[in-house]
Design a protein around this ligand. Structure first.
Ligand SMILES: [Zn+2]
Length: 263
């Protein structure tokens, strides 16, 4: 498994510029910080960051996305967002303009905006349980395809064409551990798809836990019964031995009695 999150793989032409006006990305900032609060965007113990969000600018192919190396921050102000002004999937290149370089996964976002004009918001999160649970149940990219590459962009086109990605609006990246992308006509739709699946998964886990506890309780009862049974058997055995001893004594006494009588 390739764990190279946070590494920019496209040719990044970064034009350093002013932050976008905060009013135009209020919702984007809210969604990003909310995902962070849920642990769906953040940093692994090894220091590698994960997750990003973006929003299309009107009906253009330009979009605003979180900057690279920002996933450790609890809240992101406009100074951590940048505008992707141009991209070329074939050439694996991207131009961004803002205070920071665009997220390493920007080319994947670009592919989705490019292919589906009605998509306005994209969320990329990492979650181990959800990733395992959803793999091959929702559109899933080929395990051989790493994130943030032109191959991933083409793989996403394939999922739109062959696997109803346009309807399900969620995909698991099999070759990018824990990686899931959702999107929608706005960021609310993208977030709700994730949250609903996450809730379902949580409910399933709880049920499973309850079942395990019941099973455990049953096992304990069974164990207690077995112990009682064992104790009873031991008592019975002790009684039998005493009885046997008494019988032997009785026998000896009888024999002695017999000998005395013969005399
Ligand atoms: Zn990722």
């Amino acid at each position: 498994m390739v764990m190279d999150e946070g590494v920019i793989k496209y040719n990044c032409h970064w034009v350093k510029g002013e932050p976008v006006a905060s009013y135009s990305i209020t919702d984007l900032m809210k969604k990003r910080d909310f995902m962070y609060s849920l642990g769906l965007i953040g940093v692994y113990e090894n220091g590698i960051g994960f997750g990003n969000v973006s929003q299309r600018i009107n009906d253009s192919n330009q979009f605003i996305i979180t900057g690279t190396q920002t996933t450790h921050l609890e809240t992101l102000g406009p100074e951590f967002y940048t505008v992707v002004t141009d991209f070329n999937i074939e050439e694996n290149s991207l131009t961004c303009c803002g205070p920071v370089k665009a997220s390493s996964e920007s080319l994947t976002h670009a592919a989705i905006y490019y292919y589906q004009p009605e998509i306005m918001g994209i969320i990329h999160i990492h979650n181990s349980q959800l990733w395992q649970e959803l793999m091959y149940k929702v559109p899933t990219s080929n395990q051989e395809v790493p994130y943030g590459t032109p191959q991933m962009a083409k793989e996403i086109f394939r999922l739109f064409d062959e696997e109803k990605l346009g309807v399900e609006k969620i995909l698991v990246m099999a070759g990018h551990e824990d990686g899931i992308i959702s999107f929608g006509k706005d960021l609310d739709e993208a977030a709700n798809i994730l949250l609903n699946l996450s809730k379902k998964q949580e409910a399933r886990s709880k049920k499973q836990e309850a079942r395990s506890k019941k099973q455990e309780a049953r096992s304990k009862k069974q164990e207690a019964r077995s112990k009682k049974q064992e104790a009873r058997s031991k008592k019975q055995e002790a009684r039998s031995k005493k009885q046997e001893a008494r019988s032997k004594k009785q026998e000896v006494r009888s024999k002695k009695q017999e000998v005395r009588s013969k005399k």
